[in-house]
Design a protein. Structure first.
Length: 425
């Protein structure tokens, strides 16, 4: 269903909202999708992966410095790790996606000509996307919060316009100096137009694509990192095993390099297992392109192979949660066991990034960010759940940390209070 594009297609009419800033990869189909994909795919290059590592390392280091400045950094209580991972993910996508770097403790001062900083505009847009779709500018201007939302959407549009002009003006002199997604996308569309005599992306399509990278990647990455921290906090034995595996790769006293983190297979396995148990995206829609059938099995204990007729135009939802918890594919599916991903496993039964030609184009971006954060945290700190009170049992604590909730776009943890304790050499 995910690999045969002729049988089942993406119902692009469901993604019209994703075109708020312009046509893009997610909201296109057929030849238009191929054109967007051809230009966008090279943007997620190995250079960009290394930039993701560099920026994640820089920001994580600033977080540690902030903790030290506020109390020595020996024991740090984080009221909600999701707040931390959301800000971190926003800063990483700002830098590695847009080329807009900021510091963890930077003051919120907008540049000349702007009413908001770039990070503030982005975070406001992301957290109020549905509100913007529902209300017109006229309606938004009726209350203070609505005016802030309207301003944020306009500000982000202006910022992206400015970035396009700036990148194009500096392209000749600095064509190889930046590796962020926006620069790569602009360079890619110029290359398509000038050297390959093809159709590049319009300014609206450039903005539409880079926004959808932000839109699709920020919340999902923040949620997956937060859930991974929650799972490791409630499974101390696995946390220490992950640390031990990492320590065997990174020599004592050294900062983990890009080569170290991509070699840390157990760390990636922890992230994958977190995504299996708590996938931010719980379902993927498809539509039957014509009358067809789906091969499956009966729901009774006989497990008999059957076929289900699907009329043309029928909507189908691929149930990611059901797939990830199906005991046919996963032994004891409710158990947190990263070792599942160290050997062979059924890749068709693991779909946090979708699958087939329409699979997430930014998968590696997200993976590098998540594993880099995890590596720096584990090498510097142990962490455990912060108890609600003295009477709370470990089982109650685990249940509390791993509660799901609906975010702006995807499923995420409700609240993840953690206590970090510095590791001493």
């Amino acid at each position: 269903m995910t690999t045969n594009k002729g049988e089942f297609v993406k119902p692009v009419e469901m993604y019209i909202a994703a075109s708020l800033y312009g046509p893009n990869l997610v909201a296109s189909e057929s030849d238009e999708w191929k054109r967007h994909r051809k230009i966008a795919a090279p943007s997620f290059s190995e250079r960009n992966n290394r930039l993701v590592y560099d920026e994640t390392t820089r920001i994580t280091t600033e977080i540690f410095e902030s903790w030290s400045n506020k109390g020595g950094g020996e024991t740090v209580k984080v009221d909600n790790a999701l707040t931390l991972t959301s800000k971190l993910a926003l800063m990483v996508i700002s830098a590695a996606g847009f080329g807009m770097r900021s510091g963890w403790e930077d003051a919120e001062e907008p540049p000349t000509g702007h009413k908001m900083t770039f990070p503030t505009a982005m975070s406001t847009v992301l957290s109020n996307f549905v509100i913007r779709l529902v209300f017109s500018d006229t309606m938004l201007n009726l209350w203070q919060g609505g005016r802030k939302v309207a301003t944020a959407f306009k500000e982000l549009h202006v910022y992206m316009r400015e970035m396009i002009e700036e990148r194009r003006q500096s392209a000749a002199a600095e064509s190889d100096s930046q590796a962020d997604l926006f620069t790569n996308l602009i360079n890619g569309t110029s290359l398509e137009e000038e050297e390959k005599d093809g159709d590049g992306l319009t300014d609206e399509e450039l903005m539409g694509n880079v926004f959808i990278f932000l839109f699709a990647g920020h919340e999902t990455t923040a949620h997956s990192i937060a859930f991974t921290l929650a799972l490791l906090a409630t499974h101390q034995d696995i946390q220490e095993k992950a640390f031990g595996e990492l320590r065997s790769i990174v020599p004592e006293g050294e900062i983990p390099t890009y080569a170290h983190v991509v070699k840390w297979s157990y760390g990636l396995a922890c992230i994958y297992e977190s995504l299996r148990l708590y996938s931010p995206v719980v379902a993927f829609p498809k539509k039957a392109a014509h009358d067809t059938v789906v091969a499956t099995y009966s729901a009774d204990e006989k497990n008999t192979p059957i076929t289900v007729p699907i009329p043309k135009g029928s909507g189908i939802m691929i149930n990611v949660v059901g797939l990830h918890y199906n005991p046919k594919y996963w032994d004891e599916p409710e158990v947190f066991r990263p070792e599942r991903f160290l050997g062979d496993y059924n890749r068709d039964a693991f779909m946090p990034f979708a699958a087939g030609p329409r699979a997430c184009i930014g998968r590696r971006f997200s993976e590098v960010e998540a594993i880099t954060v995890l590596a720096h945290l584990l090498l510097n700190y142990r962490f455990k759940p912060t108890p609600l009170n003295d009477a709370e049992t470990p089982a109650e604590m685990k249940e509390r940390l791993l509660r799901w909730r609906q975010g702006a776009l995807t499923m995420g943890p409700e609240k993840v209070p953690l206590t970090f304790t510095r590791r001493h050499k």
